[in-house]
Design a protein around this ligand. Structure first.
Ligand code: NAD
Length: 509
């Protein structure tokens, strides 16, 4: 089908003018398209139109568009009484309530109104595009057009091919997305599409860590900001989004994937969801909030002062040994440069994926004096260390004092395969790889979508390539071995590229 997405008179119908619909109206009008908008609630579309006119006016005041262009954009928006006036639309975008029956009913009605070559698109965030289209007379002209909130600020839009979507439809949506000055990314229908699928690695693994007693949510947030380089920790992010959104989405993705363990939800999120302790919107979530809605953050415990008499670093992990020795030399630490530790030495190990207990027992070290140090990430803004369950307090404190002696804060977590950052980032990489393996999207598009849609410092493939695919593979394999939980099995995309020693971006011919 020849569809001219760039025709000057392209008319978009938007149904549902709440948070998302009004944003879509704004970017469509600013992109030079005619827009018709309507909503089931009387007066809602007019309110939304006035809101959009205000937003476009503000953009002109700030100088991001001329007053003339702003007036023209507002002039292209028309409020209509009902979808019966959508006859002349070339594309209709639905942004109504997230309910399968409501959406199906709406599209069935639209099919009786619009022309046969009008594209029908849904902005659903969690329902299957294929399922919404299944009962249509012509499901091949139906696709997903998933915007992010707030639409004018979030440049990503996911263009989703349902099982029966024809190529011209997605190509047209990609072109229209660009006209709206968005960054469209094309993918095939999958639970959570692309961004919401990868995002599970960050939030759910963090919740599993806390549930397992490894660290407090505050410490996880600190580590993921300072060590992982994320703008916000996973719990801060959930506070902002609200567990009323995150928890149902997590359960839906898990169940749509037939209980794939990688997406397994967690009780600490579920309990808060049930209790209505949702985050900022209920003024209480994982964090408490003060009168000015600032989170109440417990101060970090001060670093102990008593330094170790001597330190021995295990050479078992050559890379980590090198990194830690270099840092300790700079700090002037009393290093023991011998094959095995003296009877009183603090013993430091540098695991990748193993816990401190596994390191101590497998390397034949005295677990009462062993502490593990995470050397996989830059140790510049914060360091993470962990004891075995029987490490003596003096050795734990001595390791803490030593690693904090140059003023860098140290987080002490309980024994954990992969500390905190290693396991959360590896889960993000692993899910990214499974999105590529299943041909949901191309690796470079996955990275683009994740950095634009989630604001992560890197997409899964860049993260994996910077750390090194063999090391990410090692983290996951060790976790899988220690926990015996298929949740941590490395995806075959990652395994192959780690074995071959090539970039995770390496495509399959
Ligand atoms: P919203 O509640 O802010 O707005 C929905 C609007 O649709 C309301 O104005 C309502 O009156 C109207 N409506 C409901 N049923 C209707 C019907 N049958 N016909 C016409 N209008 C109807 O919701 P929202 O946050 O804008 O979400 C809309 C859609 O976008 C949902 O499918 C949601 O999953 C999806 N989405 C939301 C976000 C988000 O962060 N809010 C992000 C991406 C996608």
């Amino acid at each position: 089908m020849a569809f001219d997405a760039n025709r000057p008179d392209l008319t978009i119908g938007v149904i549902g003018t709440g948070a998302m619909g009004r944003g879509i109206v704004q970017v469509a009008a600013q992109g030079g398209m005619n827009v018709m908008m309507t909503d089931a609630r009387p007066g809602a579309a007019q309110e939304a139109r006035d809101f959009v006119a205000k937003m476009i006016g503000r953009a002109a005041e700030k100088g991001s568009m001329t007053a003339h262009d702003a007036a023209a954009a507002v002039g292209r928006i028309k409020v209509v009484e009902s979808i019966s006036e959508f006859k002349q639309c070339h594309v209709v975008i639905e942004a109504i309530v997230e309910n399968l029956d409501a959406k199906r009913q709406l599209f069935a009605e639209l099919e009786t109104i619009v022309s046969p070559d009008c594209i029908l698109a849904t902005n659903t965030s969690s329902l299957s595009v294929t399922t919404i289209a299944a009962k249509l007379k012509s499901p091949q002209r139906f696709g997903g057009f998933h915007f992010f909130n707030p639409v004018p600020l979030m440049r990503l839009v996911e263009v989703i091919d349902g099982l029966q979507t024809e190529d011209w439809v997605s190509q047209a949506l990609m072109a229209i997305g660009k006209r709206m000055t968005r960054e469209p990314v094309r993918l095939t229908d999958a639970p959570g599409f692309l961004v919401n699928q990868v995002g599970r690695g960050f939030t759910l693994e963090a919740a599993h860590l806390v549930h397992e007693g490894i660290a407090s949510f505050v410490d996880v947030d600190r580590v993921m900001r300072d060590v992982g380089g994320f703008r916000m920790g996973p719990f801060e992010l959930m506070e902002l989004t609200g567990l009323d959104v995150t928890q149902p989405a997590s359960e839906l993705i898990y169940n749509q994937f037939f209980q794939e363990p990688r997406y397994r939800p967690n009780l600490i999120m579920r309990a808060r969801y049930e209790a209505g302790v949702l985050g900022r919107k209920t003024k209480k979530g994982f964090y408490d909030y003060d009168a000015e809605m600032k989170p109440v953050i417990p101060p970090e415990p001060p670093a102990p002062k008593a330094m170790p008499a001597s330190v021995w670093v295990s050479p078992a992990d050559e890379r980590g040994h090198g990194v830690l020795i270099e840092l300790l030399r700079k700090m002037g630490a009393p290093l023991e440069n011998v094959e095995s530790p003296s009877a009183k030495a603090l013993i430091l190990v540098t695991p990748v994926g193993d816990d401190a207990t596994t390191c101590a027992t497998e390397q034949g070290l005295d677990a009462r004096r062993t502490m593990a140090v995470d050397t996989l990430f830059p140790m510049v803004k914060r360091r993470t260390i962990m004891p075995t369950p029987i490490t003596e307090r003096t050795f734990r404190d001595a390791a803490h004092a030593l690693l904090a002696s140059d003023g860098v804060p140290v987080t002490v977590c309980r024994d954990s395969p992969g500390f905190i950052a290693q396991r959360i980032v590896s889960m993000i990489v692993n899910i990214g790889c499974s999105v590529a393996q299943s041909r949901t999207a191309d690796p470079s598009d996955i990275d683009k979508a994740v950095t634009l849609g989630l604001n992560y410092p890197n997409g899964p493939f860049k993260f994996g390539d910077v750390l090194g695919p063999p090391l990410v593979h090692k983290v996951l394999s060790s976790m899988y071995r220690i926990y015996g939980d298929p949740r941590y099995r490395p995806n075959i995309w990652l395994t192959r590229r780690a074995k071959l020693g090539v970039s995770l971006l390496t495509p399959e011919p």
